[in-house]
Design a protein around this ligand. Structure first.
Ligand SMILES: [Cu+2]
Length: 72
């Protein structure tokens, strides 16, 4: 599993957090670790899906990923 932290633009409240969490949790191969306003920590299986697909899922939920850096 790869760990990644997404910096997400457009989130402002608990509703946004729920939307992003749901969008991520629906993806096969993704384990959501923490979602807060502006940021999502997750693990994903690179053999199941790519980081690009994860970013696209966040976009479809209505938010922009500013940065998808590897977590330390
Ligand atoms: Cu909101």
């Amino acid at each position: 599993m790869n760990q990644v932290t997404l910096q997400i633009e457009g989130m402002s409240c608990g509703h946004c957090v729920g939307q992003v969490r749901n969008a991520l949790a629906r993806l096969d191969g993704v384990q959501v670790r923490q979602v807060k306003v502006g940021e999502a920590d997750l693990s994903y299986d690179p053999e199941t899906l790519t980081l690009t697909e994860i970013v696209e899922a966040v976009k479809r939920a209505g938010y922009e990923v500013q940065d998808a850096g590897r977590a330390a």
